[in-house]
Design a protein around this ligand. Structure first.
Ligand code: SF4
Ligand code: SF4
Length: 97
């Protein structure tokens, strides 16, 4: 399994009513913890997901699946709540479950 690349630049992650900044190269979970936020169970909003597959590429556990250009889904039994997918989704489609 290849290691997912960390975001090369600062990313602002919106998570429900809260948001936090992920510095370049930082783990999303660590950045969230620094802001006092625990990554909750996550799901994909099928109404806005573009099926770009960016989230799939950074998910270490293979929890996200879906066909290109179609809404994706997160398998809760595989998700370890690392939050890396949150920093990659440009449409804000990954939301609290
Ligand atoms: S939070 Fe879950 S779905 Fe998202 S990258 Fe981490 S393991 Fe995968
Ligand atoms: S990164 Fe966002 S828009 Fe792209 S497939 Fe994943 S959830 Fe959908």
């Amino acid at each position: 399994m290849t290691q997912p690349q960390k975001p090369p630049k600062e990313v602002v992650v919106k998570l429900g009513d809260v948001q936090f900044v992920v510095p370049p190269g930082a783990r999303v979970k660590d950045a969230a913890a620094a802001a006092g936020i625990e990554i909750p169970a996550l799901k994909v909003d099928p109404a806005t997901c573009k099926g770009c597959q960016m989230c799939v590429k950074v998910c270490e556990t293979g929890a996200i699946s879906g066909n290109k250009k179609e809404p994706h889904a997160i398998d809760q039994s595989l998700c370890i709540r690392c939050g890396e997918c949150l920093a990659r989704c440009k449409t804000g489609s990954i939301v609290p479950a």
